[in-house]
Design a protein around this ligand. Structure first.
Ligand SMILES: [Zn+2]
Length: 205
């Protein structure tokens, strides 16, 4: 007879534990010199929904695609982008995992364990998406911003064991101008990969 009582209790426990597993945020342990602004610091709102989790094999560079004036507040921009992504686009979060502002400060955005989103035709599953605020068809990438792209990419390559050939730009996968010519040129001429390599030393490939 006792088994009849145990069954509902067991089902209750199982439904609780599956709910807890549903939303998970992988927290990364960044080297302090990256100066990453953690989600909790800039006012990120917790996930309401998730996607099937993924494993990182690529680092893919983007730009925001909108001109970003020097006096615009990057934190306000992130909060608005998160709200817009969720309400207008019905995405689970900001489409990128990291965003870099005009001063080269790096912000954590979408949790890395969930794939990003895109308005274009490629599947971002397996990609760590790094986005520089601004429009580099029109704007000039600063040295500080380039340093931040290199430092963050090097960390992601090392942490996830990404192959150096898999460091690319959005336009390598889809019909788009992203990440804009003044950022893309550093992928085309090999600057980003070379500087990532220098930063990490000899990597087993
Ligand atoms: Zn893009």
């Amino acid at each position: 007879m006792r088994r009849l009582f145990l069954l509902p209790a067991l089902m209750f426990i199982m439904s609780c534990s599956s709910h807890i597993e549903r939303i998970e945020v992988t927290e990364l342990d960044y080297p302090p010199d990256l100066g990453i602004v953690h989600r909790a610091v800039w006012g990120w709102q917790p996930l309401q929904d998730v996607l099937p989790p993924h494993i990182i094999h690529y680092v893919t560079i983007h730009h925001g695609g909108e001109d970003f004036p020097a006096d615009k507040d990057p934190v306000e921009y992130l909060r608005n982008l998160q709200a817009w992504s969720r309400t207008e686009k019905k995405w689970i979060d900001i489409p990128y995992h990291f965003m870099i502002d005009m001063n080269g400060t790096i912000y954590e955005t979408r949790p890395i364990n969930y794939p990003g989103d895109t308005n274009t035709e490629y599947d971002p599953t397996g990609h760590a998406l790094v986005c520089v605020m601004g429009n580099y068809e029109n704007q000039i990438l600063s040295e500080k911003q380039l340093d931040a792209v290199v430092a963050l990419t090097a960390y992601l390559v090392e942490h996830f064991g990404v192959s150096l050939e898999n460091i690319k730009g959005h336009k390598d996968y889809a019909e788009t101008l992203c990440p804009g010519k003044d950022l893309y040129r550093y992928l085309v001429d090999g600057t980003i990969v070379r500087r990532v390599k220098d930063r990490l030393g000899e990597l087993p490939q």
